[in-house]
Design a protein around this ligand. Sequence first.
Ligand SMILES: [Zn+2]
Length: 308
Amino acid sequence: LPEDTPNIFSSRAALSGYLQIVEKLYMDDQLDVAVRAAQDAFETTGWPAGGWTEFYNRLVCEKEARDFSAVYKLDPTLTIEISRDAPSDMREGLESAALDARQKVTSLLEMELKIPCIVSVFLPDAPLEFISGSYGYAMRKNSLSKICLPWECAQSHERALRTLTHEFAHVACYELLEGKDEPSWLAEGLALYLCGDVSDEKCRQLVQSDPKFARLLSMSHLQTALSSSDLRKDDPELVSAAYKLAGSLVAWWVGKKGLHSLRDAMVMLARGWNTTLATYVAAEMSPHAIERGWRDYILGPNPHQPLA
Ligand SMILES: [Zn+2]
């Protein structure tokens, strides 16, 4: 064996140990310490390749937002972090948008959010290449939910309300699912539906414009498109179409069976039921029947089109 072999192994072991620590600190939202631990890892073992870079960029952007932000606790479960340099009308718009968005999501889903949530706005110059699309992201950390928004999304009350409604829908899903996984098409579709970003007409135009979009008229293809980080880079158009179609699919389900049936399906997923069973019991339709009904609706004649 070449002389340096043991070093490679020991540095790999050190790296994986560091990464576990950094990840745990990130999940505890201890961003300062997490960044320091990550930098120690680089000094000891060099820069690791792969998905780690994206995670590190996300960590640093969240940390810098915190470092330059003022913190406003709106109530026991809702806190806002926004740059101390933000104009006061922007901050006030964000505060009321956060309260309104949470209220909208919880009243539509007939639930309460119990886990504390931090809404953090990234700095205007943050390099956010790791975010795709026009929203931010929501995530469940160890003892809180966190919503991170690009600066532009907090510029107007209207845009903040739309983006935050999308992200609070994800936060609500995390609480309903109690840590269980849910299909991405359901999570994203619900988020688009609740913030009013659904247009069946746009979906019809999409699927007629290119067979690759028409293939997305299936739950499993939507799932693949929404959960692949490679596709986000290689074919962002396809992923963006998948968001729109997932919204349309959920809107179709809600139109037929009501929003409560979708919420009930998530409650059953939280109990450990599989998607087919949860859907069947909550919506009294199999996923296959929902998929077929929605596909026929999108591919069929537009009922709102005036007759020639
Ligand atoms: Zn989303």
